[in-house]
Design a protein around this ligand. Sequence first.
Ligand code: UDP
Length: 499
Amino acid sequence: MEISTSNHQNLHFVLLPWLAPGHMIPMIDIARLLAEHGVTVTVLTTPANASRIQPTIDRISHSTHPIQFIPLHFPTTEVGLPEGCENMDSITSTAMITTFYNASKLLREQIVHHLHKLKPAPSCIIAGMCFAWTYVIAREFGVPWFLFHGFSCFSLFCLHNLHLYKSHETVSSPTEPFVLPGLPHRFEITREQLPMHFHLLPQYQEMCDEVREGELAMDGEIVNSFDELELGYSERLEAATMKKVWTVGPVSLYNKGRSDMVERGNQSMFDEMRCLNWLDSKKPESVVYVSFGSMGRFTPAQMMELGSGLLASNRPFIWVVREGERSSEEVEDWLLEKFEKNGDSRCLLIRGWAPQVMIMAHPAVGGFVTHCGWNSTLEAVSSGLPMVTWPLFSEQFLNENLVVDVLGIGVAVGVRTATKWGRGGEDGVLVGREDVAKAVERLMDGGEEGEERKRRAKELGEKAKKAMEKGGSSYSNMTNLIQYVAEYAAKSTVEHMTS
Ligand code: UDP
């Protein structure tokens, strides 16, 4: 990826990534892309979040990139959160969600204090979704304010239409299907398959209202996507919201070097060489990579169904099991026996954080079983991989629809019930082992349908790379974003001088 050398170091982009891996990871990539385009960047985050990406921060500080990280003290103990609980993936109950959100609002004074000291002065703020309340700070500083939801244009468009038409309020229960309004194709969904903003739960009302207020106040939306993927949806979103939209991804493609790929987002405890050697020993496009993102947690029974289904599919696979997965002694023994102790060469179990972009870029990987988190989805697209879709919650059911029905690069595992995030043990088994095996077989199958899916996925992978190259759509959109901020700053200076 060749980057323009034009210098905008007098422009200062302030990034405030929301405190969750799915937000933090792409925003760090965005920070690096912006810096390569010549602007000065400051990232404000908390010490525990910074420590996860310390090797990346160290590499940046040894580079010529004008990026600095400023720590914000996160008031965990002040609000009654456990010490170190500075990221949404540390939350263990739904009750903690609002406490966490309220703690984040206490960062206001620190943010304002640091912004006053920045040199050059801030030119704009890009805020992660739940920092929506910071638009008021941008107004005080007279700079544009952009939101980064971490969602696709398609999802953002669907959610905008729901805000407008309120179809989710016409059904009597969270599981009653209704048609998503405003789409060119028919798509039925339930309230529980949507982000919590649409669950109509009073305990989240204030938070959801504040996010909506930010959405209505923003100067534009930064989207990790590319125009050739979501044909027409960026334009539809712009027209519907009357806000500017800049698609600047897939930002994961910034990570080309081995260290950037391996240490992206967190540090894996798993031996990278062991992983690569294992992949090297497999045939091209034969391996299934299975991961459910940073927040996905399964019940012990669901874990066993998933693992048994993967074994039954008779394909080599890498399965990522999160630390703190709602495990039980029985599951632990089973994982150890089946996957670790006897070292079945067909499978590689990775506990904790996996070097996902490195794995997906390996030629031995031929398919991905995913929870449809938008980053993971886009990373698979970037690697030209078809997917088995197994959405859990948030906007993941919308991403599934895009992948399976719009793009034709996915096989739905068939889950209809949303997983209850943070409410351990309530879900039981949502997908049985037969369905897992069947979906994986369809995904990896060489038949006509499977080949067509693979062809489409590869084509999109090529388009993704082109979008990020000089002259590509995302590259140009990044340039346009910087130009927008430059013009805004120039106009403000003139207004200031003439007032
Ligand atoms: N990720 C990773 N290793 C893991 C789990 C996740 O590198 O073991 C990265 C993944 O590549 C993606 C992000 O974490 O960039 C997860 O974001 P996504 O939107 O897919 O899902 P979320 O975690 O927000 O549900």
